[in-house]
Design a binder for this molecule. Structure first.
Ligand code: F6R
Length: 607
């Protein structure tokens, strides 16, 4: 989704900004642009398309020490050169980049038009530049504050002004803004990816805060100009996490990182003495945890699907009722918030607005919510006052792979912890810990078969539709398999509980609609084999993902991938690996942009 980068300091701004834009590309975007000060004027370069296309239009050398850049993911107005950011006022004094949505844009637009302002784009963001330019204030931050007080909606912004060439003003409300603090230089970005190459010292702006950045430092204040003391924090991310290394795409790199991600999520959290887990970050006393009668998980997309699997894990080990719901659906139905329910918000980015608003709803009604989050210091992580960090490292591909696995590990740890507080036996705890410890090696063994998955993907990639079916854990996994396939290969894929097939979808089973059937080695093997027979009776091609003891010998599957048997609760992770590769290689077969699929964004910061 939209990305912001800004620089003021001792270096040439342009290379910092272009590098920042490249680092923001993974978030998904449709246009990009840069504005810098040059000889007392603004120089603005922007275009629809890829960052490299904007960079291609830049003059050879632009001497400037201050500038802002943006990657846009269209909300108001189609993707085109004019709607790309930065936006300027009519006198070309102010340039603005903006993430978020201004809700009172149409009223503001009318007001500006009646005042004779020429508005050139269809965006809500351009209005900010005109409004700021029209405030009569000595200081740029005062002008920005005045305008922001008249705005409703969400924003993360960075503003430059030819009257104040040595500063950037940034502000935040509902859309992340991070300040990067260097030596004789300052940065601003919506994502630490654009900063880590230059500094690891950051300041997170909170909603309703404004920052003034110069080469020598930063000031943070409220919208009413009350100063706020905010010391920088350190970010742990290394610059190398943003390189593909020897891999063709970030998606496949991140699939290969999964054994290490599992180790990182587990690190320091296995309590072998009590056959339990250590989750101090939850920040909830044992007494309080025991008082919860149920758990509710919220999230979006793959985070929600991981929540569905997590709910099953906790229910199984802790015998607590748990359910998962899509965050936006949860908050739109005016949910009943109960004090004996623990709410868990799941998010890789920690910035997904639908999840964030659902958390606000829970907290406003006095509920207890904790986060399962990957990005350290993200808005959701800070809002939840505790939770489980995944420590999976930055996920750059738009589709989630390694953080899905790390989320399942986090849920397994939580299920173990809650189970051992209740009536899970030490023996069961020990068996799960042993299985968790050997899981990275098991996943490593699955990764070796990449070439086999590639052959299978080539066989199935020409179909336009596919079903994914399973039961219990297998159904949730089917949802993730179908989501991955449609996101990256654009094959229409739908997931169903296997038992539902006969209640409707079977009408669409023909020789041109393959079904991926998930057959874990559980009590439902026979039922799953019966579903396969029903599909085959209608000439539907079947690709079965099985576990070595649940092979489909005797039933007529077209193809079978057998993964090793592991602890029942970890089998979804083993069975996920072929599904991830299937999606990846199908996308390659169909020449799709794997890391930045059409229309998708990494961090969805709009409703
Ligand atoms: C799927 C995917 C999305 C995200 C969803 C939530 O591959 O990446 O469905 O899972 O947008 O994002 P986070 O986890 O950042 O809240």
């Amino acid at each position: 989704m939209c990305g912001i980068v800004g620089y003021v300091g001792r270096r040439e701004a342009m290379p910092v900004l272009t590098e920042g834009l490249r680092r923001l590309e993974y978030r998904g975007y449709d246009s990009a642009g840069i504005a810098v000060h040059r000889a007392g004027k603004l120089a603005v370069y922007k275009a629809c398309g890829k960052v490299r296309e904007v960079i291609g239009t830049l003059p050879k050398r632009i001497r400037s020490q201050t500038g802002i850049g943006h990657t846009r993911w269209a909300t108001h107005g189609v993707p085109n050169d004019i709607n790309a950011h930065p936006h300027c006022d009519n006198s070309q004094r102010i340039a603005v980049v903006h993430n978020g949505i201004i809700e009172n844009a149409s009223t503001l637009r009318e007001q500006l038009l009646t005042q004779g302002v020429e508005i050139v784009s269809d965006t809500d963001s351009e209005l900010l530049a005109h409004l700021i330019a029209r405030v009569d204030a000595e200081r740029l931050d005062d002008a920005v504050r005045t305008v922001l007080r008249s705005i409703t909606g969400t924003y993360g912004i960075a503003v430059i002004d030819t009257a104040h060439p040595d500063e950037i003003v940034a502000a935040r409300n509902g859309s992340p803004v991070i300040l990067g603090i260097g030596d004789g230089e300052s940065f601003v970005a919506s994502d630490s990816a654009a900063l880590v190459r230059y500094t690891q010292k950051v300041v997170y702006l909170e909603d309703g805060e404004v920052a003034r950045l110069t080469a020598s430092g930063y000031e943070v204040s409220t919208l009413d100009a009350a100063p706020i003391a905010r010391a920088p924090a350190a970010i742990e991310v290394s610059d190398g996490s943003y390189d593909k290394a020897e891999h063709a795409h970030f998606m496949v790199k991140e699939i290969h990182e999964q054994p290490e991600c599992i180790r990182r999520t587990l690190r320091g959290r296995l309590d072998k003495r009590f056959h339990s887990a250590r989750l101090d970050g939850l920040n909830i006393s044992a007494k309080e945890l025991l008082s919860f009668k149920r758990i509710k998980v919220i999230g979006c997309g793959s985070a929600y699907i991981a929540g569905l699997l997590g709910a099953k894990l906790i229910e199984r080990l802790a015998r607590l009722p748990v359910d998962a719901e899509v965050a936006a659906e949860f908050r739109y139905r005016n949910p009943i918030i109960e004090h004996d329910t623990l709410y868990l918000a799941v998010s890789q980015s920690g910035e997904t607005l639908d999840t964030l608003i659902a958390i606000d709803e829970i907290q406003r009604k006095g509920g207890t919510v904790r986060g399962i989050v990957n990005v350290v210091g993200s808005t959701i992580a800070r809002k939840c006052a505790g939770g489980i960090y995944l420590h999976a490292g930055p996920e750059i591909a738009v589709v989630s792979t390694k953080t899905f696995v790390s989320t399942l590990i986090a849920f397994t740890l939580l299920a173990l912890f809650l189970g051992r507080m209740r009536d899970l036996s030490p023996g069961e705890g020990r068996r799960l810990i042993e299985a968790l410890e050997s899981l990275p090696d098991l996943v490593d063994d699955l990764l070796i078969h990449e070439a086999d998955y590639r052959r299978l993907a080539a066989k199935y990639a020409h179909y336009d539709h596919a079903y994914f079916i399973g039961r219990n854990y297998g159904y949730a996994l089917a949802m993730e398999g179908a989501l991955k396939l449609k996101e990256v290969s654009y094959i229409h894929a739908e997931a169903y509980p296997a038992s539902e097939l006969k209640h409707g979808p079977i009408a669409l089973i023909t020789e041109s609609t393959p079904t991926v059937v998930l057959v874990p080695d559980d009590d439902l093997v026979e039922r799953n084999l019966a579903s396969i027979a029903e599909i085959k009776a209608r000439q539907g091609p079947v690709l079965a993902i099985t576990q070595s003891r649940a092979q489909c010998n005797g039933t007529m599957v077209d193809d079978e991938v057998a993964v090793p048997v592991t602890h029942e609760l970890l089998s979804p992770i083993a069975m996920l690996i072929p599904l991830q590769f299937l999606a990846y290689f199908a996308a390659l077969e169909r020449n799709c942009d794997v890391d930045q699929p059409r229309n998708l964004a990494k961090s969805v910061t709009v409703e």
